[in-house]
Ligand binder design. Structure first.
Ligand SMILES: *Cc1c(COP(=O)(O)O)cnc(C)c1O
Length: 564
């Protein structure tokens, strides 16, 4: 099976996490879903790519929520042998003066029209390794700095070595976020000038050649969000492999900054939305940061009702989502029927999982994403009297979901706070919190909600993709103008903006949110006949889904980053 993928040179796509399917918990959220959608699209378009990630045998975590509304984290193991084929090749990576053996698995991602893509999942759980080393690839985003650095050694250095051992010829290396940036060190070593040819003070490596082979996509608009390691830790692990004094020139003087390393050694660098690229240029002056706005995979995120509808009226839409620009030709009642089908499915799931009864005739606001401070899941609940007064006049219901990273104490407190607000609003507004947000749940929630709510603190949402998924299902966004929504929002046509200021203030944004809900969104939902509301649903499809697809995104990566 591996042989099928070897003849032609491939673009190697490196990502710490990748969402291959709901049963494989090798992802935590948006970054992994993007990696999965990237490879799903590569399969559809039959692009010559190969993905490299970690096997994460114990998964991220399975979320439960106790009676007090506190997140409880359970292991979420999976068996690679159920879905993937073991690789025969094994390689080693240097670490703390010893060698760590790395094996792996081949997962083949199959596209609906027949394309296939290889995904290599690296695994250190081998007999050759000591017990602690066997666990390096177990826990996604688990452990301390030392554990994380070992994972990044396996991913970056091990990934390059594994591809070579398997016989892949690689034309470009694409780093999806900085976690895999150590691959540049392996490439520098492979492009070292012979020692006797280097005069003192001259560069030891053919840096331009390495830069030419590397692409880097940054995802984090805040300095604190970038992976950094102390050089003490780095030297302890990579001594004898790479000279730390040379590394500092690429990765920063104080600490090894993985983003800076990737920036220094990539010819093509991009942010994931226009605004995010601007923010990144300010964070890292002197680097050229372009913008390729994210997109989502057409078929993966569209509910069965809308798939049938698009197949009927816009055949070929899966492969060419641009065709959705003509969704205005789909009859209103067919759009509404497809939505009702998805909404009923969500209502049934909520009833089944939480016991909460939602009504089909009352609008559902959906909010589901990683629970963390800057996403402000509590913004909607900042003035309960106001929210109650609105709901008394214009009934609404709310569906929430999301995990907090186990170390994100503030995120966990938000989950508790949301549960407290749910109790406060008991009897006034029906609210459900669905546990263990994952790909499968996302599919149901983004399609079944009536309005997709997004309230991040500007400019911290690099892109955001769940609103794009909603658009494929005719669900308009009500969102702060940040990330993709700056490009996607046409007021009253594709959805609605919350606030317009450049800088977010909680009070102002909450007031703007209540105002927009009360004056615009909820009254429009109730207006009869329903054609004005359906016009916005169609606006989301025609003007957002047609553009914010991973097919458009990948065509840009190919023509601008991969073919240079
Ligand atoms: C799409 C998705 C995300 C990302 O949502 P954002 O709106 O970008 O934060 C996170 N988790 C899961 C499971 C998803 O499907």
């Amino acid at each position: 099976m591996l042989e099928d993928f070897l003849p032609a040179p491939r673009i190697a796509y490196f990502s710490m996490e990748i969402a291959l399917r709901a049963e494989i918990p090798s992802y935590s959220g948006g970054l992994g879903v993007l990696a999965g959608d990237t490879m799903r699209t590569a399969a559809d378009l039959e692009l010559p790519m190969v993905a490299v990630s970690l096997v994460s045998r114990r998964g991220y975590f399975r979320q439960a929520i106790d009676a007090q509304g506190r997140q409880v984290e359970h292991p979420d193991p999976w068996q690679p042998e159920r879905f993937a084929t073991p690789l025969e090749a094994k390689i080693t990576v240097p670490c703390e003066g010893r060698r760590i053996w790395v094996g792996g698995w081949l997962y083949v991602l199959e596209a609906h029209p027949g394309g296939r893509q290889p995904v290599i999942l690296l695994d250190t759980d081998l007999e050759e390794n000591s017990a602690p080393d066997r666990e390096i690839t177990h826990h996604l985003y688990g452990g301390d700095d030392a554990y994380r650095l070992k994972q990044e050694i396996v991913l970056g250095i091990g990934g390059v070595r594994m591809l070579q051992a398997l016989g892949f010829e690689v034309s470009h290396y694409h780093m999806n976020e900085g976690h895999s940036a150590l691959l540049t060190l392996e490439l520098l070593r492979r492009n070292a000038y012979p020692a006797d040819a280097v005069a003192p003070g001259e560069p030891q490596y053919d840096v331009p050649r390495v830069r030419e082979a590397c692409n880097f996509t940054t995802h984090t608009p805040v300095e604190a969000g970038h992976d950094k390691f102390s050089y003490g830790l780095v030297a302890g692990m990579l001594d004898g492999y790479f000279d730390v004094s040379i590394l500092k020139a690429f990765a920063g003087q104080d600490r090894l900054n993985m983003t800076r390393l990737a920036l220094s050694l990539s010819d093509y660098v991009n942010g994931v939305a226009r605004r995010h690229a601007e923010t990144s240029r300010r964070l890292f002056p002197g680097y050229r940061v372009r913008a390729i706005t994210n997109g989502v995979h057409s078929l993966a995120w569209t509910s069965p009702g809308f798939v049938a509808l698009y197949d009927k009226y816009l055949p070929g839409w899966c492969h060419e989502p641009e065709l959705l620009a003509r969704a205005d030709r789909v009859p209103d009642d067919a759009v509404w029927a497809a939505h009702v089908e998805a909404k009923n499915k969500l209502i049934a799931l909520v009833k089944d999982r939480t016991g909460v009864s939602l009504r089909p005739d009352v609008p559902i606001l959906g909010f589901a994403r990683r629970m963390t401070g800057y996403k402000r899941p509590d913004l909607l609940f900042s003035d309960l009297q106001r929210l109650k007064a609105i709901a008394a006049r214009l009934p609404l219901q709310i569906v929430l979901a999301g995990k907090a990273h186990p170390c994100d104490e503030a995120g966990k407190r938000l989950i508790e706070a949301l549960h407290a607000r749910m109790r406060d609003l008991d009897g006034s507004i029906a609210i459900a919190y669905l546990q263990n947000y994952d790909m499968a749940l996302a599919r149901t929630i983004v399609a079944g909600a009536d309005v997709w709510l997004n309230t991040p603190l500007r400019p911290l949402e690099a892109s955001g993709t769940s609103g794009m998924k909603a658009a494929f299902n005719g669900v308009p966004s009500l969102s702060v103008l940040d990330g993709w929504w700056i490009e996607g929002c046409i007021e009253g046509v594709t959805g609605w903006a919350v606030g317009d200021a450049e800088v977010s203030r909680n009070d102002d944004d909450a007031i703007a949110l209540y105002h927009k809900l009360e004056e615009v969104v909820l009254p429009l939902y109730r207006r009869q006949p329903r054609s004005d509301w359906i016009a916005v649903m169609k606006g989301a499809i025609c003007k957002n889904a047609s553009y914010f697809s991973s097919h458009r995104m990948m065509r840009r990566y190919v023509t601008e980053a991969y073919i240079r």
